[in-house]
Design a binder for this molecule. Structure first.
Ligand code: ZN
Length: 203
């Protein structure tokens, strides 16, 4: 397989500019996974690679669960590659919830899948939502890791911003590590440009 960065760049999913992230911080780069996953063949290929890593471990997975909306495509493809069931959680009045008739049985082994893990906040909320129904969370996965959490097999250490539990494995295809800045200490702002929200223009 080509490098994940090459796949993102070729899909126009590795954006360069001056971005205002949902955390309020600024960055020169932004990953738009939906642009990679718009090609089902590439989505399938990436999910197959991720599934191989998971199958090589001893992790039990009965079901893949993703937080809506961002994680759904990656999670669905991963579930297909693993041959297991797929469900998703969504926010209702800001609370991550299991809806649409999805049910979880007591002790069901669930892997939580995102497109990209930054601090893992939404993934952790999805995990808590299915744990409330009796699920046993066995692992976390994402296509890419933004470098705050430690993915299995990577030399990079976990940073304090990471919210994923350290005792569970986190599988991702690669690390995408780039600087993010506080709004009042951003070199791009100092150069005179203005940060904008990804998706608010042509991206
Ligand atoms: Zn800035």
């Amino acid at each position: 397989m080509k490098s994940l960065e090459k796949i993102y760049r070729e899909a126009g999913a590795y954006l360069e500019g001056h971005f205002l992230l949902s955390s309020g911080k600024h960055s020169q780069f932004y990953l738009q996974s939906a642009k990679v996953l718009e090609d089902p063949k590439i989505a399938g290929l990436l999910a197959d690679e991720l599934a191989k890593m998971i199958q090589l471990s001893d992790i039990k997975v009965d079901t893949v669960c993703s937080p809506a909306l961002g994680g759904i495509l990656a999670g669905y493809e991963l579930a297909r590659a693993l041959g297991v069931r797929f469900i998703f959680t969504e926010r209702v009045d800001k609370v991550m919830t299991l809806r649409r008739g999805f049910e979880v049985s007591e002790g069901e082994n669930i892997l939580i899948c995102e497109d990209i893990i930054t601090t893992g906040g939404s993934a952790l909320e999805a995990a808590r939502a299915v744990e409330l129904q009796g699920a046993n969370i066995t692992a976390f996965a994402a296509l890419a890791n933004r470098g705050f959490c430690k993915r299995s097999g990577s030399d990079h250490n976990q940073k304090s911003e990471c919210k994923l539990p350290e005792n569970l494995p986190f599988f991702a295809l690669d690390d995408f590590i780039f600087e993010i800045y506080d709004a009042d200490n951003c070199p791009l702002c100092k150069d005179g440009s203005k940060a904008y929200k990804p998706g608010s223009r042509s991206n």
